[in-house]
Design a protein around this ligand. Structure first.
Ligand SMILES: [Zn+2]
Length: 176
């Protein structure tokens, strides 16, 4: 099974969201999560492309050239209100394989991290639209919320996010 794992944003060029309490940068969190998820999937025999680029077209081109069968983009959320928190996972359209993959990953994160379940959503994001395989974008938790930020800042909890995302992928593959 060939899977692309994309860490959202790019350290040094595009920090993405910034943690409200510690200044933790989304691009740094997603790089670590990408590497961890890739490691867990390689451990069960998957071939994994890790890609983190500032240019979205480079991400999707690399994934398509790799021949990915699944694509997972990892992000952290932010909102104007510090109250907003929880996990949501995006797919391109309802009824698709991507929607099933999104449900598998969302369920693992909610069950294992206990974050607020904000559900599955659809979006016309470049990385969902231009990938030639089932694709999802996971918003793990909110860096603009102090409790969620704490989860992403703690090494053990961050690792639990990575394990949950990897298990979501393997759950999807087992069901398909
Ligand atoms: Zn992001």
């Amino acid at each position: 099974m060939k899977v692309t794992i994309n860490g959202g944003h790019y350290p040094g060029l595009d920090s993405g969201a910034v943690g409200i309490t510690t200044g933790l940068q989304e691009a740094v969190v997603t790089r670590e999560l990408m590497q961890s998820v890739a490691g867990y999937l390689r451990a069960v025999g998957y071939t994994v492309l890790e890609v983190q680029e500032n240019n979205l077209s480079q991400i999707t081109s690399a994934s398509n050239a790799f021949g990915a069968e699944l694509f997972v983009s990892i992000h952290c959320n932010a909102a104007a209100s510090t109250e907003a928190k929880g996990t949501e996972t995006y797919c391109y359209q309802w009824g698709s394989s991507g929607a099933r993959l999104a449900r598998c990953i969302q369920k693992q994160i909610i069950d294992n991290l206990g974050t607020v379940d904000r559900g599955i959503k659809t979006a016309n994001f470049h990385v969902l639209r231009e990938t030639e395989c089932p694709a999802v974008l996971v918003e793990t938790a909110f860096l603009s919320n102090p409790e969620d930020e704490q989860l992403l800042a703690e090494t053990a909890k961050r690792d639990e996010f990575a394990r949950a995302i990897a298990r979501g992928v393997t759950d999807y593959v087992a069901q398909s």
